[in-house]
Design a binder for this molecule. Structure first.
Ligand SMILES: Cc1cc2nc3c(=O)[nH]c(=O)nc-3n(C[C@H](O)[C@H](O)[C@H](O)COP(=O)(O)O)c2cc1C
Length: 231
């Protein structure tokens, strides 16, 4: 797959995950191997992938996700189906995504491989922005590379953070040392139903590039009002 195709068609796959076909361990390893080529601050790889295939552990993780999704997120102002936008096309997109996110909540229990991306060595609770940007910046590119590599092999992923509201319980479930390892996302990993994914609707280049400094006349996204906080 050409890199431009991977970059423009690696979608958040929710309704087209095929739970009936097992993902070979070797493929997971290949994706991790490529992901490790991503940059990391001070050239120290702090990214860790907790690959969960055991049915009891998967169910435990999916239950945590669903509990947050159903009992905190869906009724919050941040729920994607409720985020205000004046652009009708963006509103339609959000409604579609909301239905898709609802579907993932129902389907996550069935997916045979779940992957938790982690930052090893430090927790970022309450640390200054510079430190959190530096340390998360050493992990998130690798996880996105993992997803691109998966896409190139016919596998689908969906970046999620919902379960992090119950991160401590997820850590206990998976024996992750909570005090020094921070979970940053969870993704299902499964073969996709078909491989024909398209470019997504996004803001135009002119909306997001500020040449030679910040242009205050540009419209930005709606400021965030409700932020989901861990319980
Ligand atoms: C930081 C982050 C957190 C996300 N959390 C969730 C989540 O908890 N559940 C979910 O269904 N999707 C989640 N998503 C996926 C986004 O909703 C998805 O990227 C967006 O809908 C765009 O999808 P597309 O790339 O297929 O157009 C998350 C994405 C990011 C980058």
């Amino acid at each position: 797959m050409h890199i431009d195709e991977a970059l423009s068609t690696t979608r958040a796959v929710r309704r087209r995950l095929d739970p009936s076909r097992e993902v070979p361990v070797e493929l997971v390893r290949d994706c991790v191997d490529l992901a490790l080529q991503a940059p990391a601050g001070s050239a120290v790889t702090r990214t860790r992938f907790v690959v969960v295939r055991d049915p009891t552990l998967r169910k435990g993780l999916a239950d945590l996700y669903s509990d947050v999704y159903r009992h905190s997120y869906r009724d919050s102002p941040g729920y994607i189906g409720r985020v205000p936008t004046s652009d009708p096309a963006a509103a339609r997109r959000q409604q579609r995504t909301a239905r898709s996110a609802d579907a993932l909540d129902r389907a996550l229990h069935e997916v045979g491989t779940l992957v938790v991306g982690c930052l090893d060595g430090v927790r970022l609770d309450g640390v200054p922005a510079m430190t959190s940007s530096s340390l998360l910046g050493g992990v998130l590119p690798a996880i996105w590379s993992f997803m691109l590599a998966a896409r190139a092999r016919g596998l689908g992923t969906c970046w999620t953070t919902m379960h992090l509201a119950r991160e401590r319980e997820a850590a206990e479930l998976l024996d992750i040392p909570y005090d020094r390892v921070q979970q940053v996302c969870l993704t299902p990993l499964a073969w996709t139903v078909g491989t024909d994914f398209r470019r997504a609707g996004r803001p135009s280049v002119d909306e997001v590039v500020h040449w030679d400094g910040w242009d205050a006349t540009r419209a930005g996204p709606e400021p965030l009002k409700g932020v989901l906080r861990p319980s």
